[in-house]
Design a protein. Structure first.
Ligand code: ADP
Ligand code: ZN
Length: 511
């Protein structure tokens, strides 16, 4: 009796632990400090919920989002766990405090800013604490993608209850962030448990953006079933929902600016639907339980590889085949770089490293899954057989010479013209503007012709991605720090050209 597996069956109704859950629970029950890195959907909550039932005293859960806390509270109460939240949104706080003091709570959810207050520390000393569970633990790290200063104030609290075990949980932590979490929360490095991150049923694909509406319409025509399209802005969610409705699929928009009832209805419609496309900002998806999402498309780059993994991870939770397709533009990278310039200096290196990692994923001619899994510290096989590059290997091509021509044209025309004009110069297409500017006498005039013409646009994209070129607010191209090494021949520009679309892919009609 009262073996963890008995509790798992009787209280939670699960036949067994999934993945590393058993190891994590065993460590917690042994009162060992632990950092569990488990992908979304792996069942992190159980890792503290189950011990909270077994151990004497209250398990204090620190969680950053009130909405998520209330979801988890409902889920815990549904299986009979005695749980409460203590947040500014709760008007039963006095009752919760009384229950806690009386030892009647298995779980108490609080936000980090409350947890770190001296009031709360005082309260905790009035009853028995079984465990500190720190959810979304990557928020403690400046290296993480979602640093929250309040998380830094947790350490004194944890240390003042030094004999209470700590369990930190996160879905998203690269090696650097993990080491930082361990240090910040005072967990020894042998307390790290990492679950497998592979989602073999998800097929990854990444391609450059052209006409977004057309590309997405084609994409959803090829992919039946419910799916999510992540847009870059609130306005874009609405535009895309409207445009994609023309394909005949039911569509909805979802973003934080919609009235709460509309948002709730759109979400409920999507969860109930078998063929709906929801066009959403990244606010959508957290805490949503829809296992049969068949695709996740991105209309622009996500914030990081972690965010990409988490967002695409909402597809195919039922284990059936699902697709993740990212459409990217060079301007996404330019904008991201600009944003990095605006964050506080101490965090810029981390942000830059995250963007570089994302650029490598986007540009690779190799296996996408291998890059993702390596990012999470795994050692995957070279090829997965279920991503665009494995299924249809692209051609890699050294375009360094074309890149040098492009950069020279930008330089000789004074670093003030846009890509369209540079292309005209390279191709030697006479216009009124080129004549007036006297650019037809330049050495770069008309130096690109024949097959090389097709490389101009991909080279432009590659140069923006590498920060060799930057667009000024008027669209004029200027040199970035990546330009010199390319011009001097110290850095090569490899292009990955997508293979020609196979004929007949869309059905037998195309013969
Ligand atoms: P995470 O927080 O890691 O994203 P959750 O804790 O929300 O994941 O759990 C995801 C889902 O998996 C929930 O529906 C949960 O009930 C279910 N689950 C958790 N553990 C198990 C298990 N051992 N067996 C079956 N289902 C489980
Ligand atoms: Zn692959």
């Amino acid at each position: 009796m009262n073996q963890p597996t008995d509790i798992l069956r009787k209280v939670f109704g699960f036949p067994g632990f999934r993945g590393v859950q058993g190891d994590v629970v065993a460590r917690v029950l042994n009162r060992q400090n632990t950092l569990a890195v488990m992908p979304t959907g792996a069942g992190k909550s159980l890792c503290y919920q189950l011990p909270s039932v077994v151990l004497e005293g209250t398990c204090v859960v620190i969680s950053p989002l009130i909405a998520l806390m209330h979801d988890q509270l409902r889920a815990a109460e549904a299986v009979g766990i005695r749980a409460a939240t203590l947040t500014s949104a709760d008007d039963n706080r006095a009752e919760t405090i009384a229950r806690f003091r009386g030892g009647e709570l298995d779980l108490l959810y609080v936000a980090p800013e409350r947890a770190s207050s001296s009031h709360f520390r005082e309260l905790l000393s009035q009853a028995k604490i079984a465990l500190f569970a720190i959810d979304e633990a990557h928020c403690v790290s400046e290296w993480g993608h979602d640093f929250r200063p309040d998380y830094r104030l947790l350490r004194p609290l944890l240390d003042s209850f030094a004999d209470v075990p700590r369990l930190a949980l996160t879905a998203t932590a690269d090696a650097h962030t993990r080491a930082d979490i361990l240090e910040q929360l005072g967990i020894a490095s042998d307390g790290l448990i990492v679950a497998g991150f592979d989602r073999p049923n998800i097929r990854y694909a990444i391609s450059p953006r052209g006409n977004m509406t057309r590309q997405l319409s084609d994409f959803i025509a090829e992919n039946p079933g419910p799916g999510i399209v992540y847009a870059q802005t609130r306005a874009q969610t609405e535009r895309l929902a409207e445009a994609l409705a023309k394909t005949g699929r039911p569509t909805r928009a979802y973003h934080a600016g919609l009235d709460a009832p509309v948002r709730a209805r759109n979400q409920a419609d999507f969860v109930a639907s078998e063929d709906m496309v929801i066009c959403a900002t990244v606010a959508f998806g957290m805490g949503i339980d829809k296992p049969d999402v068949r695709f996740v498309a991105h209309a622009g780059i996500p914030k990081s590889i972690e965010a990409y993994y988490q967002e695409t991870g909402r597809a195919g939770r039922d284990g059936d085949p699902a697709v993740a397709h990212l459409f990217w533009g060079a301007d996404d990278f330019a904008r991201a770089r600009q944003r990095i310039g605006e964050v506080e200096p101490g965090r810029q290196a981390g942000e830059r490293a995250r963007l570089t990692a994302l650029g490598a994923l986007v540009e690779t001619a190799g296996c996408r899954r291998a890059i993702l899994l390596r990012h999470f510290g795994e050692t995957p096989p070279e090829r997965c057989g279920n991503c665009d590059n494995c299924l249809n290997p692209p051609k890699a091509l050294d375009a360094s010479v074309t890149a040098q021509k492009f950069l020279s044209a930008v330089f000789r025309t004074g670093q003030m013209f846009g890509a369209g004009y540079i292309e005209e110069v390279l191709l030697g297409r006479s216009t009124e503007r080129s004549m007036t500017n006297g650019h037809e006498k330049l050495s770069v005039w008309g130096i690109v012709s024949g097959e090389e013409t097709a490389l101009i646009k991909p080279v432009h994209r590659a140069l923006l991605l590498r920060d060799a070129l930057r667009a000024n607010p008027h669209g004029g191209l200027e040199f970035g720090p990546g330009a010199k090494p390319i011009l001097k021949g110290e850095a090569r520009v490899e292009l990955v050209l997508p293979p020609a679309r196979r004929k007949g892919r869309r059905g037998a009609a195309a013969t």
